[in-house]
Design a protein around this ligand. Structure first.
Ligand code: XMP
Length: 603
């Protein structure tokens, strides 16, 4: 394979560049991330058969906004600009980009005028695309023609046939763009790279690269109980003999019911030994009284390292000869600012400062850091791991601890937060009972992290479509809101009560999580859902020591964008009754938020 048989994804920051690269690879062509600051036209020609300019959080007209060499656009390579990349391309070639005066996040309808370039194909003249932008191209550059538009965006797709340059405002790389794969596949064809890369190639190359970088050293590997670390560990076990690979599972007390036991059994069946460290007491002590979610994450991550260091000492492993192995995957890397310009979205478990230092010293091995979840699953199958294990829903490293909201003050009622909503006087909410809750959760909007309030809507029978419309529109209109919940069952909560990360509450959540997961298997719907956080929040009736359970089932391909999964009405009733039977659970709420604006997890 000649060296330029790949696509360069020029990274303008944010979360999208790696996702594009991973999607391109899955569609059968190798893609690599390229740096806009250093890429020259001659290098581009030597290394790539085509370029994709990624999205990014900046505005092209801002001073200091990231830009690539304009000469790349006449290097003779096909270029596809996406969102920020589209705007930059237009600006560099003499078009005009302005703030559109409104933000467009989420679904839009694309109407294709001319099915050329990436829009080539049948049955796609009207289809759903995913938008996430505040700026738009108000005037195309000379030589371009408009090939598609949406109601809110005139130049949603533009093409210059002579130079083979295409710009699109929407994101073809996210799952919610209906024909996204087809658009990208068209671009792969335009680069002449159809069917030129497979995940099996990744496996053999990665094995060689790992063997080289590890050399004669050994690897100490922390397993979280999830799919990622299990696959990464298994991959290492194919390269290293048993005496040079030590797998440790730290039981934080925040795992799912029986999780450690199940993973241990599966690995033993695969001939791999797992060591279990009981750290439940240490975690409980360190987290007593901690309310702030970022602080919680930091404590959990740092303690992980401390315990790991203790184990290394106890095992008498020479730190010079042992590396730290981790199952970090792309979204973890990206969302903590792993790509050069992306903003910090969340302090990830695997990216706390102490781990970051080890990475900088080159003491960390992360075999699957370039892969997305479904690629990890494919790799797991190639490594002959049991299907049940490979198909498990993703579960965050810090476990149940980040699905259990705490509060350090009794908040008598919802009035002050509800006043925020009254100010906005939304026609959308006419005749619908809705309040803003005085709690906050993490979200993501236009590549920026948000920390805002959920709105709680009391549904009227049969109004599901309107509820989804509210969930879509409310966070766009009301800045203080990044999630929309629906009240499902139980007692109406009246206040946020003071509540800690106590053993009782962890047990309550673990049981609720177990009830939900068993239910999904029983009803045979586990596989339809990407991930299903069950979140415990201290919303209660006045004077009652109870919590609300928030159900957050989502569908996704990659965790970068998600939409809520809808559980059938009768099933939801059944599930709610089972959950309300758990002592201390007062109400059931349902999270209807897409990502963006809400993240999958709540903290
Ligand atoms: P969000 O909540 O950002 O999550 O939409 C994206 C994916 O990442 C998982 N996640 C984590 N995984 N350590 C992990 O190992 C973490 O600290 C962490 N936080 C979020 C989340 O479950 C989802 O799959």
């Amino acid at each position: 394979m000649s060296d330029n048989r790949k696509i360069g994804v020029v990274d303008f920051g944010g979360q999208y560049a790696h996702l594009i690269a991973s999607r391109i690879r899955r569609l059968g062509a190798l893609a690599q991330i390229a740096d806009p600051e250093t890429l020259t036209p001659s290098e581009a020609r030597a290394q790539y058969s085509g370029l994709i300019y990624s999205g990014g959080p900046s505005s092209v007209y801002e001073p200091g906004a990231p830009a690539s060499d304009p000469a790349l656009l006449s290097a003779g390579l096909p270029v596809l600009g996406i969102c920020y990349g589209h705007q930059l391309m237009m600006q560099q070639l003499g078009g005009e980009v302005r703030n559109s005066g409104h933000h467009e996040f989420g679904r839009a309808i694309l109407k294709v005028k001319s099915d050329v370039s990436v829009l080539r194909g049948e049955n796609n003249s009207v289809s759903a695309v995913w938008m996430s932008h505040g700026d738009e191209v108000t005037r195309m550059a000379p030589g371009f023609v408009g090939i598609a538009h949406t109601d809110d965006c005139e130049n949603a797709a533009v093409f210059n046939a002579e130079k083979n340059l295409t710009g699109i405002q929407f994101h073809p790389e996210v799952q919610h763009t209906e024909h996204g794969d087809q658009y990208l596949l068209n671009f792969i064809r335009m680069c002449g790279l159809e069917n030129s890369y497979r995940i099996g190639d990744f496996l053999s190359k990665e094995k060689e690269a790992l063997a080289r970088s590890i050399g004669d050293r050994s690897v100490f590997f922390l397993l979280s109980g999830g799919v990622d670390s299990t696959v990464a560990f298994t991959l290492l076990s194919e390269i290293l003999p048993a005496d040079r690979l030590y797998g440790l599972f730290i039981d934080t007390g925040f795992m799912r019911k029986d999780e450690g036991i199940e993973v241990g059994t599966a690995l033993r069946a695969h001939g791999i030994q797992l060591n279990i460290e009981d750290a439940r007491k240490r975690y409980a002590t360190s987290l007593a009284g901690v309310v702030d979610p970022e602080k919680k994450r930091r404590i959990i991550g740092d303690l992980f390292l401390e315990i790991q260091a203790d184990c290394v000492r106890r095992l008498n492993l020479d730190p010079e000869h042992w590396l730290l192995g981790q199952g970090t995957i792309y979204p973890d890397t990206i969302e903590s600012g792993g790509t050069k310009k992306s903003h910090l979205i969340k302090t990830h478990h695997n990216r706390v400062p102490a781990i970051q230092r080890l990475i900088e010293e080159g003491k960390v091995v992360e075999p699957i850091r370039d892969l997305y979840k479904d690629e990890v699953r494919e790799l797991g199958r190639l490594l002959r791991l049991p299907e049940k294990l490979v198909d498990r829903h993703p579960f965050p490293g810090p476990g149940l601890a980040i699905r259990l909201l705490c509060s350090d003050a009794d908040n008598a009622d919802f009035r002050s937060a509800a006043a925020l909503l009254a100010e906005h006087n939304q026609p959308l909410l006419k005749d619908i009972e809705c309040t803003i809750l005085p709690i906050k959760s993490v979200g993501v909007q236009g590549d920026q992290r948000t920390y805002a309030h959920p709105a709680l809507v009391y549904e009227r029978e049969g109004d599901t479509a309107r509820l989804h419309e509210i969930a879509r529109a409310l966070p766009n209109f009301v800045r203080e809101v990044n999630r929309v919940l629906r009240f499902v069952a139980g007692n109406r909560p009246e206040m946020v009560r003071k509540a800690e990360l106590s053993a009782d509450r962890v047990e309550r959540l673990r049981e609720a999580d177990h009830v939900v997961n068993s239910f999904l298997h029983e009803k045979n719907i586990y596989g339809e859902i990407w991930q299903f956080p069950v979140v415990l929040v201290p919303l209660a009736r006045k004077g009652v020591e109870e919590d609300a359970v928030i159900l957050r089932p989502v569908v996704s391909l990659d965790a970068m964008t998600v939409s809520p999964y809808e559980i059938k009405r009768d099933q939801l009733k059944d599930l709610s009754n089972r959950l309300l039977a758990i002592s201390g659970i007062g109400s059931i709420l349902y999270d209807l938020t897409t990502k963006p604006p809400g993240t999958i997890e709540w903290e």
